[in-house]
Design a protein around this ligand. Structure first.
Ligand code: ZN
Length: 201
């Protein structure tokens, strides 16, 4: 089982981190041990003083495939949830400055918060999600605002990696990311459906 993540897939978030809007998808991966599901709490790690939440739409792959054309991509995913791509922003900044890979800042244990999955409507573009922190809305993402649609992402990723049943794709975060503190409670919703609740410890 593989976890693919996409960087800078909403123009507003690229701007908030002062990054360029990409012309090709930015793809990275997290190991399966990064998964944090079932509403389990997240324990802030000792190696970072600045762990950020990035709320993201997550889709689950339902069919094996390689070199999938975007026009057929819809057959390869069927479930949606919202998750959080947790990022040790301080470590990531150090690694980026040196041009090093950022796995330890993005793929650590518990860094892939995943909610309960639901069937996708006709198209992913019909969906939106929200992240609520301590009862206050902090992120709103509309799938139709993604720079690269899920179908384009699947075409791109499957040129390099065979997609297998159960693989997950984190599709990038919109504006509104921020630091997590002990005691915070995060909730993720697809429209009105609650997908996860995670307490920070
Ligand atoms: Zn992300």
């Amino acid at each position: 089982m593989k976890i693919f993540c996409i960087g800078r897939n909403y123009a507003a978030h690229a701007k908030e981190l002062k990054n360029e809007v990409p012309t090709k998808p930015i793809v990275f991966m997290k190991p399966p041990t990064a998964i944090l599901n079932g509403n389990k709490p997240f324990y802030l790690p000792d190696f970072s003083d600045n762990v950020h939440y990035e709320g993201e739409i997550v889709v689950k792959i339902c069919k094996n495939g390689k070199h999938i054309q975007s026009k057929f991509a819809r057959n390869y995913y069927d479930l949606i949830t919202v998750g959080m791509d947790l990022t040790a922003r301080d470590l990531q900044a150090e690694l980026k400055a040196k041009g090093h890979p950022w796995e330890i800042a993005k793929g650590f244990d518990g860094s892939a918060v995943v909610g309960e999955f639901f069937p996708i409507k006709d198209t992913l573009d019909m969906h939106s999600f929200t992240i609520v922190k301590n009862g206050e809305l902090v992120q709103l993402g509309k799938c139709k605002d993604m720079i690269f649609s899920i179908d384009v992402l699947i075409e791109y990723i499957s040129q390099f990696f065979k997609l297998q049943i159960g693989d997950l794709i984190f599709t990038g975060t919109p504006a509104g990311v921020g630091k997590m503190n002990i005691g915070d409670v995060f909730e993720g919703f697809i429209e009105e459906k609650k997908c996860f609740k995670t307490e920070i410890k």
